[in-house]
Design a protein around this ligand. Structure first.
Ligand code: ATP
Ligand code: MG
Length: 204
């Protein structure tokens, strides 16, 4: 599995639509300071459903929309990020329970075992007043954030789980206390997700 393409539309410094194809293996992105290298990682985290804007170095989610678009005065502006994964057929995640009482819905058997692309899209629509809505799509079909996280989990991708190691993360870990460090291990081992689900169920 690898990320095959990242497509950004009006995301941070990327006005218009920019498609960035990636190859398997090790990729280096280089460029001058402020040219948007880290914004690419922010875009990846955005599409993977990171909910807090601070993790994407923005005060609020609407700050992720390219400024030149917001300055144009449209009543609604939209930012969109599409991440295309290249997966082997056996890696394609199965739809799982989205709520505790809905039946398990396996995905339709794929027409051909050669389907290798799996796409996650997140859109953020921001109004002039600053209100916003965030939507997710899995292979162009609308889904909830929970459904997205369930499927990403099957690929061992966790938006807060250090698949992406950001600037400052390493020094952050060094200066953590042991309880905070334990939380990272819980997150990486997948235990934290069960704890979250238990807490969610208790709140209902
Ligand atoms: P460095 O080498 O310093 O780490 P970088 O290539 O990682 O730089 P980024 O942090 O990705 O750079 O990009 C920063 C740039 O993105 C800044 O110039 C900032 O003005 C711009 N930027 C951030 N948010 C927006 C936005 N909403 N609209 C337009 N530009 C934005
Ligand atoms: Mg940077």
């Amino acid at each position: 599995m690898y990320v095959k393409q990242l497509e950004l539309t009006n995301f941070k410094s990327f006005g218009g639509t920019t498609a960035i194809p990636l190859l398997p293996g090790f990729t280096v992105v280089s460029g001058p300071n402020g040219s948007g290298k880290s914004n690419l990682l922010d875009a990846l985290l955005f599409a993977l459903g990171l909910s807090g804007s601070k993790g994407m170095r923005a005060e609020r989610l609407p700050d992720l929309v390219n400024h030149s678009q917001t300055r144009r005065g449209h009543s609604v502006v939209e930012t969109r990020v599409v991440v295309t994964f290249a997966l082997e057929p056996h890696e394609i995640p199965q739809a799982t329970l989205s709520t505790a009482d809905s039946p398990v819905q396996p995905t339709e058997p794929t027409e051909s075992p050669q389907i290798l692309e799996w796409q996650v899209t997140r859109k953020l629509r921001v109004t002039k007043q600053g209100t916003y809505t965030s939507t997710y799509l899995l292979n162009d079909q609308a889904c909830t954030l929970n459904e997205l996280h369930n499927q990403l989990q099957q690929l061992r991708i966790y938006p807060q789980g250090y698949n992406v190691v950001l600037q400052g993360d390493v020094t952050g870990i060094i200066s953590m206390n042991s309880k905070q460090r334990r939380e990272i291990i819980d997150e990486l081992a997948g235990v934290a997700d069960f704890d979250r689900k238990i807490n969610q169920a208790r709140e209902k």
